[in-house]
Design a protein around this ligand. Sequence first.
Ligand code: KG4
Ligand code: ZN
Length: 340
Amino acid sequence: MENQKKYILAIESSCDDTSAAVLCNKTVLSNVVANQEIHKQYGGVVPELASRAHQQNIVPVVHQALVKANIDKKQLSAIAFTKGPGLLGSLLVGTSFAKSLALGLNIPLIQVNHMQAHILAHFIEDPEQKAPPFPFLAMTISGGHTQIVLVKDYFDMTVLGETLDDAVGEAFDKSAKLLGLPYPGGPLIDKYAKEGNPHAFEFPKPKVDGLNFSFSGLKTSILYFIQRNVQKNPDFIQENLADICASIQHTIIAILMQKLKAAVKETGIKHIAIGGGVAANSGIRGKLKQMETDKGWTTYIPKFSYCTDNAGMIGIVGYLKYLGNKFAEQDVAAQARYHI
Ligand code: KG4
Ligand code: ZN
């Protein structure tokens, strides 16, 4: 079956991006993402508004994905959709749409775990990325997730550690908010950090057992740090923005790298794949490259458009499941908490 051309339509709606993609086997023909600007004014994602925006976006986004791929609905072999984890109201929109379309076209339906998809995005065939060999360690870092996963095969994954509270992207975004920067602040912290001294200020690192993470304490210590200094000097933030950003970013990266090194030590695996929106961070990318030289790791970073939430990554899982005849029934339901 691998030699035949199979066209998969994939739908992603787990958070605040409505996305649809068409794949021909492992190649992405189109990957349309509609970002929801509406959340900016609230400084974070508002679930009810996200769900409503998905309802408005889904038909035009799917239509565009088919047009861009130059594929007619009748050519599709299956429809893959994100079952979870994510915001239930958002997941429901993509799930219901996928179910109705699959029923209407009389083609199989494939359920996809969003976290598996962030990892399997590495297997999309694209000149800008290479797939890691099994077994490898995957670190998924985004606004909603922080996990270190041992990947033995496409569908044989074990979570070795995850965040006990905030995701790493939230740590970036919430720190940025405390500095008066707009949402999402992660990319801005990255930008200002480039000009600053990462050792200008010290923030405490959490003490968490095993390979789990915690980021809520960091947020609190940054809040007190800012309050304390602004009391003494009202212009403290403006005068020290680059140094503050560099120091925050340095702390977050140190927390991530400490756990990643521990995971390598525990498993003996030195193939490291990262994914999720925070993988765009230049400091993290630089540190991983440095580990290639210092520790002999081989690191894999997907093309940026496959790092952030997108349906292309849902489509590759769809194709791999299609090959294994792993189909869902029509009574399949969206699931907010859905483990790998
Ligand atoms: O994967 P993604 O698009 O959506 C979620 O599943 O959350 O990730 C978005 C997160 C946001 O928290 C955003 O601030 C963060 O990724 N992000 C960054 C950078 N670019 C995006 N964080 C730090 N540095 C960046 N360059
Ligand atoms: Zn995600």
